[in-house]
Design a protein around this ligand. Structure first.
Ligand code: G6D
Length: 347
């Protein structure tokens, strides 16, 4: 196992790219800028190590990372309708960076911040702790928030992301990571034939602006039912209005069934034999199948294109600031926000 770091000159700044490597050769590389995961080298069924996440070939493109490739997302992952919310008697106005709405914590969200990094090595894992402080009023949100995010790679090929945050005032917050997974390896294929199994009987209906309508729908008898496994392809061909308004794919919040089993999502690619299991203590996940990704970007191994990656943004629901009955994103003053998502790879 080892941890290396590489200085990367970007305009007048110098970023650091850290690479965590375990005893079996799996590695995860990330930047101190945005906590952006730039590569994940994972073996296939023939023990061939290939990259399974989307990343830019030229790192200066991360300065304008409109697809949020690999980035930590916050203060609030997802969309806040009308770019405003109220806490008690006070209404807060956020930058409207997605039409009339606020997306992914605003233009100066966590994806675009520089984090302090401390590396950690134990007998069975290598990792790092990333620290950042966001001041009261940052991107329109109340409260000074101190963040602590841990990236840990174990010798069992588990990559764990643990999130901690504390605010000195009541605020709203739900954090995630926006990696685009593609298990075919080195972007050889799209994710359309990836099979998803997900422990979710409900999903959240969206309107034309991808804002939750307030309706929570059953997945039964729809292409949103992944409980017994389903190819992502189904959602691109279904003609279901909910797939169509997401540009013929998925971009929806799925609410996990509350069971004892924390293995909430499995992603399988038959061609490579790779399997990713996601376990989390978050109440749900936005599964986004890169329906919005055009062919304008040069990535590590290929040009970008639609359906080249699938995001599994485990999180709570920003719709909770507008509608009752949704998993809350409220964080009380001095309450510790503590969440963990583990990405376990097998082949
Ligand atoms: C699109 O609607 C999607 C979001 O879910 C995604 O995070 C973003 O592209 C990168 O706006």
């Amino acid at each position: 196992m080892n941890i290396t770091s590489l200085p990367i000159k970007i305009e007048e700044k110098t970023w650091l790219e850290y690479t965590l490597t375990n005893d079996s050769g799996m590695s995860v590389s990330f930047l101190n800028f945005g906590g952006i995961i730039t590569k994940m080298m994972v073996p296939d069924k023939n023990n061939q190590f290939e990259n399974v996440v989307i990343g830019f070939r030229d790192y200066d493109n991360y300065l304008n990372n409109k697809n949020y490739f690999g980035a930590l997302i916050g203060r609030v992952a997802g969309r806040i309708e009308g770019a405003q919310f109220s806490l008690g008697e006070k209404t807060y106005t956020l930058p409207a960076n997605d039409g009339d709405n606020s997306l992914h914590g605003g233009p100066g969200g966590l994806h675009a911040r520089t984090w302090e990094v401390e590396t950690i090595e134990t007998p069975t894992s290598v990792g790092a702790v990333l620290y950042h402080t966001s001041l009261d009023g940052d991107q329109g949100y109340p409260g000074t928030v101190k963040y602590k995010v841990s990236y840990t790679l174990t010798n069992a090929n588990d990559f764990e992301i643990s999130y901690e945050a504390i605010s000195d005032q009541d605020t709203v917050l739900t954090l995630t990571n926006h990696s685009y997974f593609n298990l075919s390896g080195d972007l050889k294929d799209t994710i359309l034939n990836h099979e998803v199994t997900m422990n979710a009987s409900q999903f959240v209906e969206l309107d034309h602006a991808l804002i939750p309508t307030g309706n929570i729908l059953p997945v039964t008898d729809t292409v949103f039912d992944f409980r017994n496994g389903r190819k992502i392809l189904d959602g691109t061909l279904s003609g279901d209005p909910q797939n169509q308004l997401a540009l013929d794919g998925y971009d929806h919040f799925f609410i996990f069934d509350q069971t004892k089993d924390d293995d909430q999502i499995t992603l399988k690619d038959a061609s490579s034999g790779r399997q990713l299991t996601v376990t989390t203590d978050q109440p749900g996940v936005v599964m986004y199948t890169s329906n919005n990704l055009d062919d304008s970007l040069q990535l590590n191994e290929a040009r970008s294109k639609k359906y080249l990656g699938v995001c599994l943004e485990t999180q709570s629901s920003p719709a909770s600031v507008t509608h009752d009955g949704f998993p809350s994103i409220h964080l009380a003053a001095h309450e510790v926000y503590r969440k963990k998502t583990t990405f376990s790879f097998e082949s």
